[in-house]
Design a binder for this molecule. Structure first.
Ligand code: MG
Length: 451
């Protein structure tokens, strides 16, 4: 490529600026970066980021965000999950307003360097909005690297150390009998691990007519009734299903630390696979006390933002399973490090994978599960027909195992025409009124609680 002089570049830049065109500026940035990036890898010019796009869709009840990085090389692009469904519009703005101008013109090959640069570019960092936006870019860069290499991302990370990832599936029901019946149905489909939730998250477990001592009209939560219900459900499920089935539950931090301790002790005899989030991140120090008093396995961490939140609970061996939401933590790059830290201390992975993770994000989760020796279990929700209309190459489930496809990168493609049919919407319910956000949950006296 013929080099242009600094003055020639400056003249071209000034011409673009005079037009007042953002596109012109971006093109100049790409042109300038192309000159700098005459660096080659295996004889090929390093691709440059030409554009950073956001695909925002709502194929079901949750809003999904995927970032697409387009390079200056024909047909070379990548996708990354940036889904923070409760504040989705803010992630879109973070990518559009900040990461696109920051990244346009940068080379795609230096993922760690780009991650650190993005992370530091806001000065104040480690918030869920910015971390999700960074994750979208990070995963898209891994996708591009895989497409360049002609390999799935798991090959770039050293290859598989298992054939597929054992999955758990969520089961609900109003009582142990109903939950057991639903587990039997999923056992017939091949699953061996089940997580139950009582009464549905965010709803009252008090049941029946609202007593006179309830001092508000918001959704009601009865902490003691909930703890009692969990223990009775474990007891009932063991009676119904026996010992040869793996059972777990998610507390969603709704109880007090002393109730969490009691719950972990009382469920120990029913051999839970894990109890998830019995404490909120603010109460991490209580895990030491739980550890000293029982052997119930603990899963924790979907609310952690800062990587430093992990160091203590892992290095002190206070938890058994890492429950991080990969996009929330900033993408594949930081989560690979968290997984390796866990391996050093015998803590296993259980990446957060409910419906508010895009199919691209599920591929990243599964990839981490396939390459980490300290894999524990994988959560993966099913995919709706509308989701399948938008995304192709999504992970498959067979006999309770999750499989990624073997195509280069994540192997996922997004049909933008189909995506346009499912924009964000505001349904005629509380979540629609809150623009996709969650409502509140209160004790009888009106105290708002974590959920
Ligand atoms: Mg959870």
């Amino acid at each position: 490529m013929q080099r242009r002089s600094f003055m020639q570049n400056l003249g071209a830049f000034a011409a673009a600026t005079a037009l007042g065109s953002q596109t012109g500026k971006a093109q100049q940035r790409v042109a300038a970066a192309e000159q700098k990036a005459e660096r080659v890898t295996r004889g090929m010019k390093v691709p440059i980021i030409k554009n950073v796009e956001v695909v925002a869709v709502q194929p079901g009840n949750v809003r999904l965000i995927v970032v697409k990085i387009v390079t200056d090389q024909d047909g070379l692009y990548g996708y990354g999950c940036a889904t923070f469904t409760q504040r989705a519009d803010l992630v879109v703005a973070a990518v559009d307003k900040y990461l696109r101008p920051f990244l346009t013109g940068k080379p795609v090959d230096r993922i760690e360097d780009t991650w650190q640069a993005m992370y530091n570019s806001s000065y104040w960092r480690n918030g869920p909005v910015l971390n999700n936006a960074i994750s979208g870019v990070d995963q898209a860069l891994w996708d591009i690297k895989g497409r360049q290499a002609g390999m799935p991302v798991y090959e770039l990370l050293g290859g598989k150390c298992r054939e597929a990832a054992d999955l758990y599936t969520g089961v609900n029901g109003g009582n142990p009998q109903q939950i057991a019946d639903n587990i039997r149905k999923m056992q017939a489909a091949g699953y061996r691990h089940f997580r139950f939730n009582l009464g549905g998250e965010g709803t009252s477990v008090a049941g029946g007519a609202r007593p006179a001592y309830v001092l508000h009209d918001a959704p009601l939560f009865d902490r003691y009734g909930y703890v009692k219900g969990i223990v009775k459900t474990f007891e009932g499920l063991r009676k119904e299903l026996g010992d040869d089935v793996e059972l777990m539950t998610d507390v969603h931090e709704k109880i007090t630390p002393s109730q969490a301790l009691q719950l972990c002790r009382d469920t120990e005899k029913f051999r839970p696979f894990f109890i998830e989030d019995p404490l909120s991140p603010e109460d991490n120090a209580y895990y030491r006390i739980i550890r000293q008093q029982c052997s119930t396995p603990i899963a924790m961490g979907e609310l952690f933002n800062n990587p430093h939140e992990w160091t203590q609970v892992i290095s002190e061996r206070l938890i058994d399973y890492i429950r991080v939401h990969v996009s929330q933590a900033g993408g594949l790059t930081p989560c690979r490090k968290i997984a390796i830290l866990g391996e050093m201390y015998g803590v296993r992975t259980a990446w957060h994978g409910p419906a508010d993770v895009s199919p691209v994000g599920h591929c990243a989760n599964l990839t981490l599960s396939l390459v980490a020796y300290n894999f524990g279990i994988q959560e993966m929700a099913g995919f709706s027909q509308a989701t399948r209309e938008i995304f192709s190459g999504i992970p498959e489930v067979k006999n309770g195992y999750g499989y990624v496809n073997e195509a280069p990168g994540w192997g996922v493609e997004v049909d933008r025409k189909a995506a346009a049919k499912y924009p964000f919407r505001n349904d005629n319910n509380e979540r629609g009124r809150l623009n996709g956000g969650w409502g509140e949950l209160r004790l009888a006296d009106g105290t708002v609680i974590k959920q």
